[in-house]
Each structure stands twice: as structure tokens, then as C-alpha cells.
Design a protein around this ligand. Sequence first.
Ligand code: ADP
Ligand code: MG
Length: 1107
Amino acid sequence: MAKMEVKTSLLDNMIGVGDMVLLEPLNEETVINNLKKRFDHNEIYTYIGSVVISVNPYRSLPIYSPEKVEDYRNRNFYELSPHIFALSDEAYRSLRDQDKDQCILITGESGAGKTEASKLVMSYVAAVCGKGAEVNQVKEQLLQSNPVLEAFGNAKTVRNDNSSRFGKYMDIEFDFKGDPLGGVISNYLLEKSRVVKQAGGERNFHVFYQLLSGASEELLNKLKLERDFSRYNYLSLDSAKVNGVDDAANFRTVRNAMQIVGFMDHEVESVLEVVAAVLKLGNIEFKPESRVNGLDESKIKDKNELKEICELTGIDQSVLERAFSFRTVEAKQEKVSTTLNVAQAYYARDALAKNLYSRLFSWLVNRINESIKAQTKVRKKVMGVLDIYGFEIFEDNSFEQFIINYCNEKLQQIFIELTLKEEQEEYIREDIEWTHIEYFNNAIICDLIENNTNGILAMLDEECLRPGTVTDETFLEKLNQVCATHQHFESRMSKCSRFLNDTSLPHSCFRIQHYAGKVLYQVEGFVDKNNDLLYRDLSQAMWKAGHALIKSLFPEGNPAKINLKRPPTAGSQFKASVATLMKNLQTKNPNYIRCIKPNDKKAAHIFNEGLVCHQVRYLGLLENVRVRRAGYAFRQAYEPCLERYKMLCKQTWPHWKGPARAGVEVLFNELEIPVEEYSFGRSKIFIRNPRTLFKLEDLRKQRLEDLATLIQKIYRGWKCRTHFLLMRKSQIVMAAWYRRYAQQKRYQQIKSSTLVIQSYIRGWKARKILRELKHQKRCEEAATTIAAYWHGTQARRELSRLKAEARNKHAIAVIWAYWLGSKVRREYRKFFRANAGKKIYEFTLQRIVQKYFLEMKNKVPSLSPIDKNWPSRPYLFLDSTHKELKSIFHLWRCKKYRDQFTDQQKLIYEEKLEASELFKDKKALYPSSVGQPFQGPYLEINKNPKYKKLKDAIEEKIIIAEVVNKINRANGKSTSRIFLLTNNNLLLADQKSGQIKSEVPLVDVTKVSMSSQNDGFFAVHLKEGSEAASKGDFLFSSDHLIEMATKLYRTTLSQTKQKLNIEISDEFLVQFRQDKVCVKFIQGNQKNGSVPTCKRKNNRLLEVAVP
Ligand SMILES: Nc1ncnc2c1ncn2[C@@H]1O[C@H](COP(=O)(O)OP(=O)(O)O)[C@@H](O)[C@H]1O
Ligand SMILES: [Mg+2]
């Protein structure tokens, strides 16, 4: 929405006319009315072509916000309503983009808003130009130079509470990118008379009041000041306080600004000391003192103030005191001292104060320039801002006004020159015929003032330098002679008698017809002010000051540099500086801001037509408009022109295809605008009369209304149609959805009913089949039952017949009948259920058994007889069979195993079997013998030559040959003996010699005894009374007891056919010679390890300790 409100031309929503070139009719009244109308609507800016007229609103308007800056940024000058920002933007852009140096010339009378305008321009440029820390510092310094200069150079006047009392021109320097680099300030003619005297209702320069209000007690003490305005003669009392101005706060602002600009602390201090000195100078008073020669000599009334000034400035008090009392004139190498009277002393004092202050001001400007000057040497583009005093017409106009107005005259000159030049250049550029423009050229007035031979300033200088008595009157006389014939010079006493009777022209005055009106100047003070004299004694006293700043301000006081030539007069100085300024401005592209003050009351909303009329006149605004529209009042580039008016012609609306110029031609032809009213330039159309433009505007407005209606109509139609189409589309979509939904629902209904019917039918069919099947089954069952019954009946009938027959016949016949019956039953058994079970049982049993055997075939364990594995039993009823089968299998595999044996092996096993039968489970030693093979002849007597004799003595086959321990019958100790068993005998031989010790025939052996324990002791009992038994029974111990006992048993059996008695008991009796000794086996202690020990306890007991 906000975007749509952006104006695209100055002509839109215009109050009055934004550009006064368009005024119709053009006269003073319409110009003022237009300004008033716009002023009343808060439009304080109005254009005359590219010149901005600004009317001071005396209140803050919301038109300088950052948003406004953005609005005007990079917009064409005529695109938006008139604004100072538009001009600033135009200037800045052509500086940046077209490389043209710019100057902004701000004119207008005191209080019209020039200084504010210059600040606005600077702040706008600061806002739109480059950013960055360095650039910002430069900007800040440039902007902060204002408060410093305003404090020292501005004062409250009746016109303006913050009136600039000096002319200021500031060059802002930019680099090629448009970033600010620095600046240079030039100042012109400070109104220094204000330092010592102010008109009623006015004030001295701000800084004095600011210092006294804002300085700390400490600072005031240091400066030897008191916080009381009334203490100082130089400060007017009636308006020391200004409404809405806080001097104390401003003092802080200024000091802060000074710091930002780059003043050192000691510099600030020095400056304030000079200010204090000036203030205190005003308090020095003089009194006359009669001298011998009858002349009055002035004396300082109260030396206290002087003393303080001297302390503050480091001047020798006597030097200064002398400078106020004497004046030294040097002529022809002679020094002549004259005394000063009181009036001269006061004049000297004031001159010193004025000079001190104005030189301080110039020093400040230079010091600021030093800070803000561009640091680089690169080529710079320059934008100059000129804020200079405007025309001043007071009741009493003096030298200052004359100078000021001269300056304005010069500015007007360059304004005319540049405006015309620009206008002319544009015409040539655009290839439009140049028509001569009638306008007033003020060069003639400038000439009147500045002509080197007979100009007013030259005359004044001549008077000032002339020897003899020189007064303001002699100066006026001179003027009357020289300038009398000049058209713009008026004087009562001139040779020309035109004004002889003009009472409005007093005798002591002359009048100049400035381009902006007539000004009456009082000649009084012209000579003095032009001379601007400061007695040399004073400047020398100042140069001698200990205060470095003051010393530097008075270089001419240095006696080494004494210059007898008079310094240039104020008038010639000013003329020279104005000439330099003009030269400077001419090289730049000018931009004008002309300020107008709407009332004298500094009040908002008041538009004093008389006052404005006066300003309009002397600013030459009417002239300005005339020059501007001398040829053509209005011009516009073809593109925006065509864009703005294309709707007025069918061929150009809505789009024109060809070049814009052709479009505009077609447009103007179509509208039948008279050909003399416009002219085609290269890029612009020039319109001679504003009326034509307004006609175009009216037509445009009318046409826009029609177009708006048309657009509205089309839009409404389009909107309705779109709405309708949307509704139709929605309707179709809805219908489609609904139909789909309805069909879906119907389909689902049909589907579910079909399913119900289907299931009913299927159920019905199934039941029917079931019924049929049941019927069929019943039929079959019935047949069986009937058959059974029938057979039963048959059988019973037969039986009863047979029974009957039997009763009648023989018993055999009865049996026969039974047999027959059973035969019949057997035959029909299959028809009876009773037999099925048995048959199935038998069959099943048969099958199980069969399966069992078949499985067993696969599961039989290995053939090893010691293999303990046997498959588990599958059925309980096969338990006995399974066990039986196991034993059968075992026996069979044992047999199989045995069948492999050789005869010898058989013998060994027979022996082992015999041992098993004899000792198994009886003797604890037995199990350890099972694994040992029975070797029999352990001692290989045949082979060992040691036993050759023994071998030779025995002829029979040796069954056992082994070393045993024979237990000594008397003490139980043992001796080794070779134990030999042959087929018929038992022999004992010495182990070493092999000599036979005893020989017992087997028939004499009756019994063998041994313990049940794990020992190898055994006793061989002999037949009583036999030859061998003379010594008694033998008691041995052997490692192979089981084998020995077994072999002894077997040999005895085979030889004697008698079973040898083997007694196994832990207590048995043996016959030792005559004694029967009991051999007792006890569980011995482990003293001797695992070897059993034998001990004869007494003649009845022999104890064997078994481990
Ligand atoms: N554009 C403006 N908007 C608001 N007030 C303004 C404007 N221009 C000037 N003024 C007011 O007018 C006073 C005088 O303006 P100033 O620029 O000092 O005048 P000049 O420099 O022409 O003597 C300012 O102090 C301010 O109060
Ligand atoms: Mg000003």
C-alpha cells in the first residue's frame, strides 16, 4: 500500500505549484500566494527549476527522518515533492557519478534558515555516502566542527537566536567512490564589533555565556572569572538568557565537539584563557588625569583587573599598562610617543578585545581545518557549502552591511551567470534555438562597488591612506564627486541634482540601488572600520605575552619583523577574499537554496506577506523564474513524458512500440497542441507555456478517472467471472464425489446381499448333500444290519433246526452241528466286529515283534565280550525277551571270542578261570592278579648258567620257578628261596647257590592257607608224618601268590586226582615241628610302608601285619 502512494512526479498531488516556473500568471502576488499556500500546508520547499526555495517553519517538521532520506535517495529531482534532500541528492550524485565538483549556495536573510539548511545538506550527504570506521570518523569530525564554530561565531540577534555572525564556506572532499576524505573551511568577516557592543535585545557571542554558565568552579577560578554575567561590561544584560537555550549544556556539547574534532586539552585551555582575557578586558576602566601640558592623560582606574589579565596571559603588567596610555608613531626612523586620552584609551581597549577575539576565531578555523583536512593526496572531488549572510537592510546600515550586501551582489552575479550559462548550454545540447532573454544584469552594481579606479571600496581605501585629516564626511564628498553619475548611486550632495530635494536621503548618507532594492548607508564609521586599526604598542605587548596562543595571534608585534607598510584595509581584504570565492564557485556546478523568513517573531505558522514580499524581491525570485522560463517554462525527457501522458492518445496507449520521441510527437499532434507551444530537443520536450502543461495535466487527470472506471469495470467483471468459474468447478467436483460415493454405497449393498443369498444357497445345497449322504449311509448300515440279522436269523433257524435234529439224532450229530456252526461262524467272522480286535491285536503284535527284531538287527553292539552296551527295551511286554536276547547274544559273542583262541591260550584262560573260581570274591589280592599273565618259570633256569647245577638236578618239566620269601618259623624273618614246582614235586633251592634245600612230593601237600586280605602270605601244609613234614609246614610270601596257588592246585589235581584244599581265612593254624602256631593277620600300622611284616609273638602266635 505504501508503495502505491509513492509519487512518481512532482506534479502529483501538488499544493499550489511545486515548481514556480509553472506559475500562471507570473507576478509577485502569485509567487507569494503560492509560497503561502504551500507554507500553510507544511510544504516549506518550492522549486524554481533546480533552485530550492525554503521557507523557515520555525518548528521541527517530520520531514528529515531516515525514512525520508531513503525516499529521496537515488531519485530524480522532479520525481518527488520539493525537498532540500532532493537537491542534496542531485548534487551528491552528480559529484559521485559525473565527476562534477559541486557547490551549494545558501542565501537568505538572517534567521531565514541558511545555517539549518547547510546542516541538513551535510547530514544528508553524511547519511548517503560511504560507511566504515574511517569514513565515519571523517564525517563525525566534519559535523562536529559546526557546534564549535557556532559557539564562537554565532550570537543571539533580534532576527535569530542563533545567528551566524560570520560567513562560512566549507569544501567537503570526496574520493572517487564518493566517500568523504576531509574538508576545508573558509570564514569571512566575523562581526567583531559585537564583542564590545551589542544592540538592544541582542547578545555577545554564545561562548561567553556558555563559559560562565557551564564551566566548573575550578575552571572559573583558574580563569579568574565569576559566574555572574553582570560582572562583565562586555555582556549585555537585558537578554543574557535565551528561551529554550541551555548555555551550560551547550558548553559541554562544545567541549565534547572540540575533543572529537581533535583539539588537545592544553589547546582548549588556551582558547578559554583568551576568551576570559577578552571578557576581562571589558572591565578595564580609565579615568582622566591632567598633565602639565594641559592635555588629559588616561589612567587605569582599578589595576586589579589588569593584573589578573596579565597573570592569565603572561604579559608584563607594566608593558600592557603603558600600551593603554601611550601611542608610539614611527615615521622616518623616528619614534614619537604621544599620550592617549580617555576616549582613545577606551578605543584601544576595544580594538584589542575585537582583534583578540576575531584572530582567535580565525585561529580556531585554521585549527579545525588542520584536523579535518584530507589525509591522502589522491585526486579529490569537492562539494562546497556556502552559508553566508544574506542581504541586510537595517534602519542604520553601516560598513558591515555594505560589505555583506556587496557579497550578495557578487553572489547574484554568479547566480545569473551560471543559471543563464546552464540554460544556454541545455538549449545548445538539446539543439533548440536560443532566444535572447531579457533580464537584469547586476554587473553594473558590482562595478560601482569594486572597480579598482573609481569604485566605492577603492575610494574608501584612498581616503584611509591619504595624508591629512580624513573623516567619514571627506569620504562621502569624494563619493559624491566620483560616483555621482552612476545610475545606481544616490546622494543628496552629488553633482547631479536629481536628489536635491529627496528628504528620504539624509546628508550623511549615500544610497545604492542594489539589485534587490535600495539601501541607505550611514557613512559614519566607514573609515575607522575599514582601517581596522590596532595600535602597534598593543600588538607588541601581545606578542610579548607568555601565552603561546596569544603570541602567535599577533605576529606583527614582533619588533624584528616591523613593517611600516600599512596592513591591507578591511574592505580590500574582503574584496580579495570574495574574488577568490567567486573564482572558486565558478569552477563548480552550483546548486541554490534560497531561504525565506516568514515572520519577524521567530514563530511558527505565521506568514507575513509583506516581509516575504520584501525578501522575494531582493532575492530576485521573480527574476529567477523569468530567467528560467525565458524560453520554455517546462522541459522533460521524452521517456517520462510519454510515460506520463500516453493514456491521452489511442496510438500510445497502452504501449508505444517506437522511440519515445516519436511517441511524444504523435501524442502532441493528436492533442492538437499548437506547434509554437513546444519544441523538440534531442532528449527532452520543451514546453513554452505552463498553461499547456496544466492542460495536459487536466486531460491526464480526466483520462485517469476514466481509466480507473474502466479498470474497475474490467476488474469487477474478471472477479465475478473468476468467482463463477470457481463455483462451477467446485460444483463439478462435488457432484463427481457425490456420485462416486452413491455408487460405492449401492455396490456395497448389492455385494453384501449377494453374499447373504449365496451363503443361504450354499447352506441349503450342503444340507441337501448331507441329507443324501446320511441317507446313503443309513441304507448301507441297514443292509449290514439286515444282512446280519438275516444271517443271524438264518443261523438261529438252522441252529434250532439242528437242535431239533440233534435232540432227535445222535450226539455226534450234535457235535457235527456245532462244528458246522463254528465253521459257519469262522467263515462269517469277518462280518462280526468281535473278532476284529483280536485279529488286529495279533497282527499288531506280530508287526511289533517283527519291527523289534528288525531294529535289533541294526542295533546290536560290538562283538567285544566286555562291551556292556545293550539297546534299551522298546516295549515293556518284551522285557523278558529283551533280557533273554541279551544273554543269548552275550553267550554267542563269548563263544565267538573263545573260538579264536589257540590251545595255549585256552590253557592260560583255563588257568585264569580256575583262579577265578578259587579266589574271586574270596581273596582281596585276586583282582590285581587278573590283569597279570601267568608266566610260571619266571627264573629262566635253563638259560641262566648260574643255575646249571640246579637244572641238571631236575629232570621233570618246571611249572613254576620263582623267588619267594620263606618265613623263618622261629622268628618270622624271611629268607629268599627259589620255589620250583614240577609235575610231581615242590622244590626249594638256595637263591645264590641254586642248591636244593627241600623237596616235597605233591602227594604230601595237604592244604594251602592264606588270608582274605591283600597280602602274598601263604602256608603250605604237609601230610603229617611224611618225610618232608619233619620240620613243619612252610610259610611263604610271594608276589605271585594267586598264580602259585592256582598252579599248585591244578598240578595236584592232575597228578593225584585229588582236589587240593585251599583255606582262606585271616586266622589259621600251622604245624611248626611240634607246635601248632596260629598265624594271625591283623590290620597293621603303616610303619613299614606297604610291605607286610611278620613277627613271631610267642610260640603260639605269629602275627602278620597287613597294611
Ligand atoms: N528547516 C527548518 N526546520 C525547523 N526550524 C528551522 C528550519 N530552518 C530554520 N529553522 C529555525 O530558524 C532558526 C534560524 O535558522 P538559521 O539557520 O540559524 O538562520 P540563518 O542561518 O539564516 O540566520 C533556527 O534556529 C531554527 O530554530
Ligand atoms: Mg546562520
